[in-house]
Each structure stands twice: as C-alpha cells, then as structure tokens.
Design a protein around this ligand. Sequence first.
Ligand SMILES: C[S@@+](CC[C@H](N)C(=O)[O-])C[C@H]1O[C@@H](n2cnc3c(N)ncnc32)[C@H](O)[C@@H]1O
Ligand SMILES: [Zn+2]
Length: 439
Amino acid sequence: MPRTWPARYRLHKYWSRKPADLVADRIAAATAPGELVLDPFCGSGVAPLEAAILGRPAIGVDVNPFAIFLARTTAVRCDPDALAATGARIIAAARLAEGGWHRTTCRGCGGEAALAGTARDGSEIVAVLVRCPACGGTRRELPSDDDRVLAAAAELAGDGGAPRPPVFRGWQTRKLVRAGLGDFGELFTIRNLRALATLRASIVGEPPGPLRDCLLLALTGALAQGSRMMADHGRAGGGASWKINIYWLPARSLELDPFRCFTNRLARVVAAKRETAALLAAAPAPRLICADVRDLDAHVPAGSVSYAFCDPPYGGEGIQYAELSALWCAWLDPPLSPPLDQEIGENPHRGRDAATFAAGLAEAFRAVRRTLAPDGRLTVTFASADDGAWRALRAALHGAGLVVTAEDRAVRSAPALTERTAPRAPREDVWLDCVPSRR
Ligand SMILES: C[S@@+](CC[C@H](N)C(=O)[O-])C[C@H]1O[C@@H](n2cnc3c(N)ncnc32)[C@H](O)[C@@H]1O
Ligand SMILES: [Zn+2]
C-alpha cells in the first residue's frame, strides 16, 4: 500500500495527488543526483518536491496557478513554530473581530459553550453541536430558541466583504447552476462567510512571504469544511470535506465552526512544515512554473531532462482541476484566475470534446519529448474507464516517439467517494514507463 499522504502532502486537498513513495522510487531509479527531473503536469508538486528531497534539480509545470501556489507553499521553508504562533494570534483576533456568532449554552452546566456546528434539513435547524469547555467533549443537542434566533440574526449581519466569484457554467459546477446559485458565496451560510472573511482580512494584513502564504493555504484548505458542502450524518462531528468531486449542496448540511476548521487546517500546515524542515534543508529548490505544457519549449531547454514524470488529466468524465480550484483561487490575495479554458481535458459544458482532449495530449507529449535527453526516461500515470481516453493517450505517446517499456498498476490515489463507487470507476492507476524511440 503506497504512503500517499505523508504530513508534507496532507496540508491541502488536491485532486489525483500521486503517492509520494512510488514517485520517489521511480525518480531514484531513473536518475543520479544532479540529473534534471521534469513534471509537466505537476499539480500539487509531489514529483518536483520528492526529486528535490532526493537531491535532484527539478522543474514542475502546471497550467493551474493554484497548483503552483500549492506546490510552492509546500516546498517553501517556513518556521513551524512561528507559523503556529502567528496562526494562533490571527485566530484569536478574528474571533474577537467577528463578534461571537458561534456560541451557545451548555445543556449540562448552563455555562457558555462553543457552537461547534449547526445541522440543517433544508433551511430548518434540526440540531446543534455543543462543545462546553467545562464539561468537555462535543454533544449533539436539539436547537434552543436562542440558537435559532442567533442563526437568523447572523444571516442578516453581512458577509464581511468575502470573495464571491460568480458561478460559471462547467462540468463541476453543474449542480450549482441547476440549483440556481449566482455566486460561490452561496455555498456558505452568511455567518460562516463573514467569519472566514474576517480570518482572511487578518491574514492579508501580514507581511508578504512564506508565512502569509502558509496561512492563506490553511484558509483555502478550510473553505470546503466551513461551507454548506458539508453533509450532516447525524453525528457529533464533521467528517471529511470534499466527499465527492463536485460542488454541491446536500439537503442535510452541517455548518461547522469555521475558526475550528481553520485551526485544524493550520495544524496540518504546521505539521507539514515540521516534516519538510529537515528533509529540504540541503535540497535544491524546485523550479515551479505556471505555464501550459504545450509551451514547454519556452521554459525547458531541449534535451535537458533525464527523467519526466507525467500525470496528465485523464479525459472522459475526469476531474476538472481549474473548475475545482476556482473557489480556492478567489480567496487568495491577490486572487488567481482559474484557467477554465486552457486545461487539457474534455468538458461538455465548455465546448471541449474527446477530439480536443486527444489533440491536447498529443501536443503535450510532443513538447515533453523534445525536452528529454537522448537517454532520458519518462513515466506516465493514467486512470480511466473510458476507452477513448486510453486510445488518445496511446496515440499521443506513439505520435511523440515514445515507446512503453513496462506497465505497472498501483492503488488509485486518494479517490473521492464518487470515484470509488461509480460503477465504471477505475480502481487503479496505471504506470507506464517509456523511452524515446529514436535514440
Ligand atoms: C492528474 S493531475 C496531476 C496531479 C499531480 N501528479 C499531483 O500529484 O498532485 C493533472 C494536472 O494537469 C494540469 N494540466 C491540465 N492541463 C494542462 C496544461 N495544458 N498544461 C499544464 N498542466 C495542465 C492540471 O492543472 C492538473 O494539475
Ligand atoms: Zn457544560
């Protein structure tokens, strides 16, 4: 079983993140220290970072600026203790500025307690999660009149200037379009939107640099959990956010305390920084470039790469990385624009079909091939239940003069619930090792 999630990659969600140990083994086997490693679809940056840890200079390229922000912030050096201390100060200040809309009364001792969550069936509040500092633990209780009044008043108090990008037509926004949502702010209660905006205001007041980036990453990482996308399962806790790979609004939702969501995310970023501090101490910093792989020539000299790790989008009804990053992009400072129309992939809602995907993949692999040294090697990972997507990949490799020398299967990396349960969902990632045909 691969170790997909060492602490350094548990700091933020990304889709189809590859198991670090499998990637590292490939890099170690294919290169000597000092030889250049390229990942032209680097996503969250696993391959460039593992290459750096192994002492290989590395270049990671991705068209999605959020992926590059995530990869950079994963690779950046940041003192974990300073991060934890600044984070605690920001949380305390934001809680104060927000004005105490996440409070209730302990049913046991009658003292003031934290409102850890509010469960709704549609718009009706059906339960509250009460965490009492005196009694300990979190209990699920029936809502009181006070809880209802506070929740109603909170919805009238304004969104605190939260980023609210419009909902666009897309594959992964289709449920929101169907539900008539105008902007991504409607994914949240106003109460949570304002709390998150207050946190954001405190963070963006910090001086620019790695620490501020780490805080912003903790904030974007907390968004899904602080939103109405959290489904209520009748328990006293929240459970995983992003259970499915789409923006959606479950009928039964759980409004969690966003300060706590942020606190939990921040703890993960701090743990990641603790782990990488030692690992990256002597490592060459990876170069992380936001660019279209089809423009690789402008960034990577021909014939310079010893090993390329390629994990392209999978076509078919696969993940739309830019669409799913749009919410995160809007909350950064400055905000980023998701490359909704530059991504290689099929998207019926944005006019891209299987032929567009095949053409994009073909051009991408020709560009990658040009960067390979004569004795260079390449691994492609792919997962699809769609025969057309597989044909497109095989044709792209063949057209670029790349020959598959070995084929391997690995456990599917971190699939979302829908990926595991859909009847035709691929269960595995396929790993194809390739070499250039004309040596
Ligand atoms: C399967 S994911 C890679 C995940 C990565 N291996 C990881 O561990 O996080 C595919 C990536 O390809 C990127 N991508 C899509 N079209 C691209 C293009 N035209 N140029 C560069 N990257 C692209 C997406 O943004 C996405 O991050
Ligand atoms: Zn109590």
